[in-house]
Design a protein around this ligand. Structure first.
Ligand SMILES: Nc1ncnc2c1ncn2[C@@H]1O[C@H](COP(=O)(O)OP(=O)(O)O)[C@@H](O)[C@H]1O
Ligand SMILES: [Mg+2]
Length: 271
C-alpha cells in the first residue's frame, strides 16, 4: 500500500456559530470543502482576500480549531489537537517582551522538560540559523520588527517541527525587509528540508517564496486554483524583475480579479 500523504485535507469545512442579539445563533460557513495534499518538504503558500478563511484554515491544521466536517490528516493520523510536529509563526509580535531572544527561543524547549544546557544549545543553533547570532541577549524592544519575527521563526524551528505553519508572519514588516527576510526563509527551508505552509495576501511574496500557490475564493473560502511556481530554487531579489516572475504575478492578479468581480456581481443581485 502507498504510504499516506504528508498532510492531507479531504473536504475540510468550517462553520462558525455567531451569537445574535436575541440570543439565537446564526451559522456562517467560512471554509468550504478544501481538498489538497502537501508532500513532505514542500513550500506551499495560500493567498486570498482578507476575511476569506485563511487563518481559520491554518488554525485547523494547527489543531487549534476543530474542523466542522471532512478529514484532516498528518501522515495518515487525524489532527485533533495541537501537535509537537507542528510549529506556528503568527503575524503579531508573539514573543515575550520580558525575555531576551535566547530565553524566548528556549522557553518552548524548557516546557518540554529538556535539560537546560541542551535547550540553550538548540536555541543558539536556531538563532544562528535565522541569522541572529550575536543578538542572543537582546530584548525584543531592542530588535527591529523583522528581527523579532526571526526570533519567532527560531522559536518554532527549535522545537524541530515537521511542518511550519506561518500566518502572514511578515505583514507588519516593511516591503523591502519582507523580501529580504523571505530570501532568508527560503534558505532556511532549503537547509532544513521542513514542510512549510505559508499564508499571505501579498502576491509578490507568494510567488517569490513558494513552489505551489493555492488561491482561495472570498468567504466561504475554497481553493479556486493551484499554481505551480517553476522558478529556479536559487532565488534572489533580482528575480522580481524577470519576465517569468511577472507572468506568475500577472496570472494570479487575473484570478483574483475574476474572483472579486464575481463577488461584486452576486452582491448586486442581492441588492
Ligand atoms: N472564532 C470565530 N468565531 C466566529 N467567526 C470567526 C471566528 N474566527 C474567524 N471568524 C470569521 O471567519 C471569517 C474568516 O476569518 P479568517 O480565517 O481570520 O480570515 P483571513 O485570515 O482570510 O483574513 C471572518 O469573517 C471572521 O470574522
Ligand atoms: Mg488571517
Amino acid at each position: 500500500m502507498a504510504s499516506p500523504a504528508f498532510l492531507e485535507l479531504r473536504q475540510v469545512s468550517k462553520v462558525y456559530s455567531i451569537r445574535q442579539k436575541d440570543g439565537s445563533t446564526q451559522k456562517i460557513e467560512v471554509v468550504r470543502e478544501v481538498t489538497q495534499t502537501i508532500p513532505e518538504g514542500h513550500f506551499v503558500t495560500v493567498v486570498g482576500p482578507s476575511g476569506c478563511g485563511k487563518s481559520t484554515l491554518l488554525s485547523m491544521i494547527a489543531g487549534l480549531n476543530p474542523i466542522s466536517s471532512g478529514q484532516l490528516l498528518l501522515k495518515g493520523v487525524p489532527i485533533t489537537s495541537p501537535h509537537p510536529s507542528l510549529g506556528m509563526v503568527f503575524q503579531e509580535d508573539s514573543i515575550f517582551p520580558w525575555m531576551n531572544a535566547l530565553e524566548n527561543v528556549s522557553f518552548g524547549l524548557e516546557m518540554q522538560d529538556l535539560p537546560k544546557p541542551q535547550c540553550r544549545k538548540r536555541s543558539q543553533e536556531a538563532l544562528e540559523l535565522v541569522g541572529l547570532k550575536g543578538f542572543e541577549y537582546s530584548y525584543p524592544k531592542e530588535l527591529s520588527g523583522g528581527m523579532r519575527q526571526r526570533v519567532a521563526i527560531a522559536r518554532a524551528l527549535a522545537l524541530n517541527p515537521d511542518i511550519l505553519l506561518m500566518d502572514e508572519p511578515f505583514a507588519a514588516v516593511d516591503p523591502q525587509t519582507r523580501m529580504f527576510i523571505g530570501t532568508e526563509l527560503r534558505r532556511i527551508w532549503r537547509e532544513t528540508g521542513k514542510t512549510i505552509l505559508f499564508i499571505t495576501h501579498d502576491i509578490n511574496e507568494a510567488v517569490f517564496l513558494s513552489q505551489e500557490i493555492w488561491v482561495m475564493s472570498s468567504r466561504p473560502g475554497t481553493i479556486i486554483e493551484v499554481v505551480d511556481i517553476d522558478l529556479p530554487a536559487e532565488r534572489d531579489i533580482a528575480i522580481l524583475a524577470t519576465d517569468a516572475f511577472a507572468q506568475y504575478t500577472g496570472h494570479l492578479w487575473n484570478v483574483m480579479r475574476s474572483e472579486w468581480e464575481s463577488t461584486q456581481e452576486s452582491a448586486q443581485h442581492m441588492a
